[in-house]
Design a protein around this ligand. Structure first.
Ligand SMILES: C[S@@+](CC[C@H](N)C(=O)[O-])C[C@H]1O[C@@H](n2cnc3c(N)ncnc32)[C@H](O)[C@@H]1O
Length: 200
């Protein structure tokens, strides 16, 4: 499992807990599903992975549709969280919906579908990358994401400071347990933040 922008430099699935076997896990913004497939296949978790864009889910199904324990759905994260009856042990996002949807609304919806003391893990672009600064809560930055067919789709990005992420989590009844800066060991600047939080 990859949380950062450089492959094979860690951390991996261990940040989600020692044993994931049988855990109900939800990924928000799974893209082509590689992380969700890894958790279902290698760790025997029961994973639901959703993405807003049909094309991403089509590609995920082509690659991982046969993996036992993996359910792939095309759906908006907020919409899914509002309508599902499932309570999850773990919810995570790797450069996915967390950071690409209004954090205050999304984190509150996540907390409602996490079991007590359940875990939220998310990685987002580092808000202090060279040439950028954190966005305020109400003013997302406009950018694009690349789709499997090579096209680009516009997105709004919330790149909060660490202090603002902590505040947004606290408002949703969650507490940041660890905040790690991820990058390449040989490079100066971290490129991603990895936040692990727990629901009260
Ligand atoms: C940068 S990609 C990352 C994909 C994947 N997590 C990975 O690491 O390869 C961001 C993904 O989040 C999805 N996404 C953005 N906003 C979303 C939302 N509100 N609900 C569900 N998925 C969303 C996008 O469609 C896109 O596939």
């Amino acid at each position: 499992m990859e949380w950062g922008t450089y492959p094979a430099v860690g951390p991996g699935a261990e940040v989600l807990g020692r044993s994931l076997r049988g855990r109900r896990v939800l990924e928000l913004g799974c893209g082509q599903g590689q992380n969700a497939a890894h958790l279902a296949d290698r760790h025997r978790a029961q994973v639901t992975a959703i993405d807003l864009i049909d094309l991403q889910i089509q590609h995920a199904r082509d690659r991982y549709g046969e993996v036992p324990g993996l359910t792939l759905l095309a759906c908006d994260a907020m919409r899914f969280l509002q309508h599902t009856a499932t309570v999850f042990d773990i919810i995570y996002s790797v450069f996915g919906a967390v950071g690409l949807a209004d954090p205050w609304t999304l984190l509150a919806a996540i907390a409602r579908r996490l079991r007590p003391h359940g875990l939220l893990g998310f990685s987002v672009p580092h808000p202090g990358r060279p040439g950028t600064r954190p966005t305020g809560g109400s003013q997302p930055r406009h950018g694009t994401i690349r789709l499997p067919d090579g096209s680009r789709r516009p997105v709004a990005r919330w790149e909060l400071s660490v202090a603002d992420w902590r505040r947004a989590l606290a408002q949703a009844d969650m507490r940041a347990v660890t905040v790690r800066e991820l990058g390449h060991p040989g490079r100066d600047h971290p490129t991603a933040l990895l936040v692990i939080a727990r629901r009260s």
